[in-house]
Design a protein. Structure first.
Ligand SMILES: [Ca+2]
Ligand SMILES: [Zn+2]
Ligand SMILES: [Zn+2]
Length: 327
């Protein structure tokens, strides 16, 4: 048996693992007596987001010591932090911040590469995109309790899709039936049958399935128990528009980005901007137009305004329903 295998479920905490596995001493200001739960949480987090392979059932909770440190380094690199392998406050804060449920990495490929001490680009994912340009969407369920009205939520879905439609030839149409919908937005609670359980306020805020997913393509799931917000200060609730733009990015085929300026960064870090004025950053723009091409003409400008004007209609939608979008 290799000597570097340790049992992480012993009394090691997040900090202990980090300081033991690195030459850099852990600052004394950090918690000194981490719990067993915390070490399990660290490993679970790294597995969940693709930085560590799942534990081998034949060896129980065994994980390689070096693999955990390397996984922390890979997480730090992807997040744009210094890849020290040490769980400093910045790293921990990011690990505890709300985020998308989808993994950042496909598997442990990158980890192995780092262990070998050289930097090789991990394999590109298979291209995942819709072959159609007209995509029907449906808003199927709502948060359990939210101060946002259903009409408001629907408007935010419209504006989040518009972000992706604006630079591309994509057209989105609202429909009411499941059969007609290519994309469906649901607010769900706890375990809901797809392996990405929600966890109440904070933690996982949403996920969506790529167009290449054979059974679940177009599914956009949001945690019904988040305190969803719109035009609130950054520390009050989770900005629904921001999360919708991110999840629709996945639903259209984009993976997570390590760029701090990308809306596809996995961590939720406050509102991206107002739905009326938000535009994709350079990298997101490049990625979406690589998949779908560029729009030749401007989008029709009869989108709803963010005023109290009632019952505005959008041309692309008026055949499907009677209500407009008011923000
Ligand atoms: Ca949550
Ligand atoms: Zn995501
Ligand atoms: Zn789900």
């Amino acid at each position: 048996m290799k000597m570097w295998i340790i049992i992480l479920c012993l009394s090691n905490g997040w900090m202990h693992i980090a300081s033991a596995a690195s030459v850099t001493p852990t600052p004394s200001s950090q918690p000194a007596t981490p719990t067993e739960d915390e070490s399990t949480q660290l490993v679970d987090w790294l597995i969940k987001y693709g930085y560590l392979p799942p534990s081998d059932p034949s060896t129980g909770q065994l994980q390689a010591w070096t693999a955990v440190t390397d996984a922390v380094k890979a997480m730090q690199m992807f997040a744009g932090l210094k890849d020290t392998g040490v769980l400093d406050e910045e790293t921990l804060a990011l690990m505890k911040s709300p985020r998308c449920s989808l993994p950042d990495q496909d598997g442990p490929t990158r980890l192995l590469v780092i262990q070998q001490g050289r930097e090789i680009r991990r394999k590109r994912r298979a291209v995942s995109m819709w072959t159609r340009r007209n995509i029907n969407w449906r808003l199927h369920s709502y948060p359990s309790s939210s101060h946002l009205s259903r009409e408001m939520i629907r408007s935010l879905v419209f504006y989040a899709l518009r972000v992706w439609a604006e630079p591309t030839p994509l057209e989105f149409h609202e429909v009411s039936s499941l059969e007609a919908a290519h994309m469906q937005v649901d607010f769900l609670q706890g375990y809901h049958g797809d392996g990405y359980p929600f966890d109440g306020a904070g933690g996982a805020v949403g996920h969506a399935f790529l167009p290449s997913d054979p059974a679940r393509a177009g599914g956009v799931h949001l945690d019904a128990e988040e305190q969803w917000a719109f035009r609130q200060p950054a520390d009050e609730g989770t900005d629904l528009f921001t999360v919708l733009v991110h999840e629709f990015g996945h639903a259209l085929g984009l993976a997570h980005s390590s760029s701090r300026h990308s809306v596809m960064r996995p961590y939720y870090q406050g509102p991206v901007g107002d739905p009326l004025h938000y535009r994709l950053g350079q990298q997101d723009l490049e990625h979406i137009t690589q998949l779908y091409g560029k729009r030749n003409q401007l989008l029709p400008t009869d989108a709803p305004r963010l005023t109290a004007e009632p019952q505005l209609h959008h041309r692309a939608h008026r055949h499907h329903h009677r209500h407009g979008y008011n923000l």
